[in-house]
Design a protein around this ligand. Structure first.
Ligand code: MD3
Ligand code: FE
Length: 203
């Protein structure tokens, strides 16, 4: 099923389920080369979500702010290649959602544990807001917060489950969003963890 969050934002329920094992193998391969880490926010806090990246560009946060880099600041090496399974799923889901010809160059991989949260934010470090973003959720369910174009706009809540794929772009590209503090609802395959990766055109 397709759940509409906005005119150009939707959740494709269970869309990734047939390829979940290939995606998890991809996450493991990425994390073996560029381990998950807790980055500092510009404001001096440590993120409760651990993250890593793959693709030509990776999202980084430190005391200087947020930006995309070609190399992992922890190792100095280029970010790992984007797994073929990520790329194929992202292109298919984008086309299915009305964004044909998606050519991503970046993938931010988030790892949540019980208590982890992601406060309301916009994804605005990418160069071209004309490109959509595709996100894949695996493991424990999360409560997704979906607001408007201003931080103070009322946010609605939608659960995101193992295998769900969200796609958003166009008029919905800059909407505020976040993840509520995670409850411990262990998943049969991933235990007390949630993985979410967002495939983007950053450069
Ligand atoms: C945004 N990740 O990495 S993606 C992020 O589950 C991020 O880890 C979250 O926000 C996560 O920047 C949420 C899911 C999502 C779905 C629909 C959206 C984000 C959206 C629609 C509009 C804007
Ligand atoms: Fe985001």
């Amino acid at each position: 099923g397709r759940i509409l969050l906005g005119p150009q934002a939707m959740v494709l329920r269970g869309y990734a389920l047939p390829v979940a094992e290939a995606l998890l193998a991809g996450v493991d391969a990425v994390a073996a080369q560029a381990p998950f880490r807790h980055m500092e926010t510009a404001g001096g806090y440590t993120m409760s979500v651990a993250l890593t990246n793959c693709g030509q560009l990776g999202w980084t946060s430190d005391a200087r702010g947020y930006r995309y880099t070609r190399t992992d600041p922890q190792s100095g090496l280029p970010w790992p290649d984007m797994p073929e399974a990520f790329l194929r799923l992202a292109r298919d889901a984008a086309a299915e959602a009305g964004f044909p010809g998606f050519e991503p160059d970046a993938c931010l991989v988030n790892r949540y544990e019980p208590g982890s949260r992601l406060s309301l934010h916009q994804d605005r470090n990418e160069r071209d807001y004309g490109a959509p973003i595709v996100s894949v959720s695996l493991g424990m369910p999360a409560m997704f917060l979906f607001g408007g174009d201003q931080r103070t706009d009322k946010a609605s809540r939608t659960p995101l489950f193992h295998g769900d794929v969200a796609v958003w772009g166009g008029v919905d590209r800059l909407r505020y969003h976040g993840i509520m503090p995670m409850k411990d609802l262990p998943h049969p395959r991933l235990g007390s963890r949630r993985i979410n990766f967002t495939i983007r055109k950053a450069g």
